[in-house]
Design a protein around this ligand. Structure first.
Ligand SMILES: O=C(O)c1ccccc1N[C@@H]1O[C@H](COP(=O)(O)O)[C@@H](O)[C@H]1O
Length: 223
């Protein structure tokens, strides 16, 4: 039976205003703009990210991905880009959410949780308790010498993700290696609030309208 809830779609690694427009026309609910990262293919300059934010109409959400971990650096990054949502791709100190909400009350905070093993569940629930407005489950590895904080093209253990969705009191996005071939299984296994995709809708690094259209249509049929 079809769920009465629509699975939201966030298109990440937006690298131009034209890509943003294509994503919106094809049904994206949110756009992701990747800031400076230790690794990954999707980074864009803050100036370009700010232009995309300016060109994005409501109700489309603009997610600014930041690898910064201090309140001052995160706020400075948000002020440069102007996005309405901050996606924290690395772990941050416990009081960060409260401080960011005081300084940026209109901006939503999405904490990325890199799903590694069952211990990740506690990490996710703690972020919710501390003030994250949503979670985004990805497949990076922050424990490597050169941190992987997303954009890996890999899936992770969706059974762990499912348990996080079941226990979270805030919306949960699923990311990491999604594509048209695995999206059905992803939705059926994890039942996320939304999906987040980068490499699965790209060809030679560019947003591929055909792949995106297929992906979004599949999500709309399955949700
Ligand atoms: O894309 C990047 O370069 C990147 C770097 C560091 C953190 C996050 C990054 N992108 C995010 O990673 C997810 C998953 O990407 P993929 O679908 O597995 O290719 C993507 O949705 C972005 O949010």
């Amino acid at each position: 039976m079809q769920s009465p809830f629509r699975t939201r779609v966030k298109i990440c690694c937006i690298s131009s205003i034209a890509e943003a427009q294509t994503a919106i026309q094809l049904g994206a609910d949110a756009l992701g703009l990747v800031g400076r990262m230790p690794s990954g293919p999707g980074v864009v300059a803050d100036e370009l990210a700010a232009q995309v934010v300016q060109a994005t109409p409501p109700p489309i959400a603009t997610f600014m991905l930041t690898s910064e971990t201090t309140v001052a650096d995160i706020v400075a990054h948000q002020r440069r880009v102007g996005a309405n949502t901050i996606q924290l791709v690395d772990a941050v100190p416990a009081d960060t959410y409260t401080q960011l909400k005081a300084l940026l009350p209109a901006v939503k905070l999405v904490q990325v949780i890199h799903v590694i093993d069952e211990r990740t569940i506690d990490e996710a629930l703690l972020a919710v308790q501390l003030g994250a407005d949503a979670l985004l489950l990805d497949s990076g590895n922050p424990n490597l010498v050169v941190k992987e904080l997303g954009g890996t093209g890999r899936i992770h253990n969706w059974q762990v993700s499912r348990r996080i969705v079941e226990q979270s009191s805030v919306p949960v996005f699923l990311a990491g290696g999604l594509n048209e071939g695995n999206v059905r299984e992803a939705i059926e296994t994890v039942r996320p609030f939304g999906l987040d995709i980068c490499s699965g809708v790209r060809t030679n690094g560019q947003l591929d309208a055909q792949k995106l259209e297929v992906f979004i249509k599949l999500v709309q049929q399955l949700a």
